[in-house]
Design a protein around this ligand. Structure first.
Ligand SMILES: Nc1nc2c(ncn2[C@@H]2O[C@H](COP(=O)(O)OP(=O)(O)OP(=O)(O)O)[C@@H](O)[C@H]2O)c(=O)[nH]1
Ligand SMILES: [Mg+2]
Length: 391
């Protein structure tokens, strides 16, 4: 199962409460306040991991609950801090915050007088989410509702984009753990030597989030079903996608890595087939195009032999139209038109017609099944990727 969008609930741990205690020992009947501080509640942290390729772990565990901090104890013992809950997600995960649900957990007050006297007013308006210092500043078009148009699934509210985890190891604090309350020994003054109150722990942040995966690849393979996208990916990389002579063999995106003799690497993403009307959810819809949004270049793979009874020039026009209907920016990306199945007899004639009907568009003829034209293809996409502007 491939999951690229999921709603989760995260709750950080509450801070432990401070302790009200007084030092007692033989011959020391009034030893002064000795209540320890509460421990910090654990935070929920997301960490990008390049070994993962989808959000299946969150599908099975959509409630992320971090541990509370320990309460303070007598004899000046502080409560233990909760251990942060670090959740690994694939590189390319975008985090959208949905509405905060507010704390359902009453916090310990201990002593009513204490609460009114020492709890800072900021306790009620706690921050919900804190971005980690290394989380990349995000500048992405928020107007496009990618969640609502996802084929066949209940639309998830869009929310506000709070993080984009793109590089391996990058972390984002999804929910910050609550601070522990101070024990009564912190409140002793010359005029108030026996404070009979302590601070309660601060509640941990909690909220609902939508995680959306947009795979990280430099080249995106786009084409009609059966054009040979998976065959091409298998021919140029070690990826082994399913290849079969029926449409929609590929149901979810797959990434392959091209390795050049000088160890230069390029990542290529094979997505399901795109057909006319995909924007109206025909076929598999077009939500999967989100996975090629970050690509530097697109390879438009056209079945030049017309094996499925369509013409290559119509396929080309429809692909461009569907890309534009999904997102103008996607259609404006640098692209390379590749003519596949050149081993078929009809392909050579069609290629001539294609060049006449779609002038000024360079076409690279290949045969993915027989490995013809691969060297030129690999050289061309490397040049195109290097020349493409950074995304
Ligand atoms: N003759 C010939 N057949 C090819 C070539 N490339 C792919 N095919 C055949 O075309 C059929 C479809 O290939 P796939 O690679 O599964 O096509 P796809 O574009 O990934 O299709 P979807 O996953 O359904 O979108 C398979 O039967 C392949 O063997 C080629 O260069 N020449
Ligand atoms: Mg395929």
């Amino acid at each position: 199962m491939f999951i690229d969008e999921i709603k989760i609930f995260a709750r950080a741990g509450h801070g432990g409460r401070g302790c009200v205690a007084f030092h007692r020992e033989k011959f020391i009947p009034k030893g002064g306040p000795s209540g320890g501080n509460g421990g910090r509640g654990a935070s929920v942290i997301l960490q990008a991991d390049h070994d993962l390729n989808n959000l299946i772990a969150q599908y099975f565990n959509p409630r992320l609950m971090a541990a509370d901090g320990g309460h303070g104890l007598g004899k000046g013992c502080d409560g233990a801090a909760g251990k942060d809950l670090v959740i690994k997600v694939p590189c390319g995960t975008m985090v959208w915050q949905l509405e905060s649900t507010g704390s359902q957990f009453p916090t310990h007050t201990g002593d009513e007088e204490a609460e009114t006297e020492v709890v800072p007013s900021s306790f009620s308006g706690r921050p919900i989410v804190k971005a980690a210092a290394n989380a990349r500043a995000v500048e992405i078009d928020l107007s496009k509702d990618t969640a609502a148009d996802h084929a066949g699934r209940k639309p998830v509210p869009k929310g506000e984009l709070v993080a984009d985890l793109t590089t391996d190891g990058q972390q984002f604090v999804l929910c910050q753990g609550g601070r522990g309350g101070l024990g009564n020994r912190n409140f002793a003054t010359a005029r108030r030597q026996t404070p009979r109150f302590a601070q309660p722990g601060e509640p941990g942040a909690e909220s609902e989030f939508r995680l959306e995966l947009r795979l990280m690849a430099e080249v995106g393979l786009v084409g009609y079903p059966n054009a040979g996208k998976s065959t091409l990916l298998a021919a140029i990389s070690r990826a082994r996608p399913k290849i079969a002579p029926y449409p929609f063999t590929t149901l979810h995106p797959q990434i392959g890595i091209l390795e050049y003799p000088d160890f230069h690497r390029i990542t290529v993403c094979d997505v399901p087939g795109l057909i006319e009307g995909a924007h109206r959810n025909v076929g598999l819809g077009h939500a999967f195009l989100r996975h090629i949004e970050r690509c530097k270049i697109l390879v438009l793979l056209v079945d030049m032999a017309g094996t499925d009874g369509r013409t290559p020039w119509d396929d080309h026009a429809q692909l461009l139209q569907e890309l534009a209907l999904y997102d103008e920016a996607l259609a404006a990306k640098p692209r390379l038109v590749v003519a596949n199945k050149m081993d078929e007899p009809a392909a050579a004639v069609n290629l001539k017609k294609f060049k006449r009907r779609v002038p000024k568009t360079p076409v690279l003829p290949i045969s993915a099944a027989f490995g013809e034209g691969m060297d030129k293809f690999l050289r061309t996409i490397r040049k195109a990727v290097e020349a493409a502007p950074a995304t």
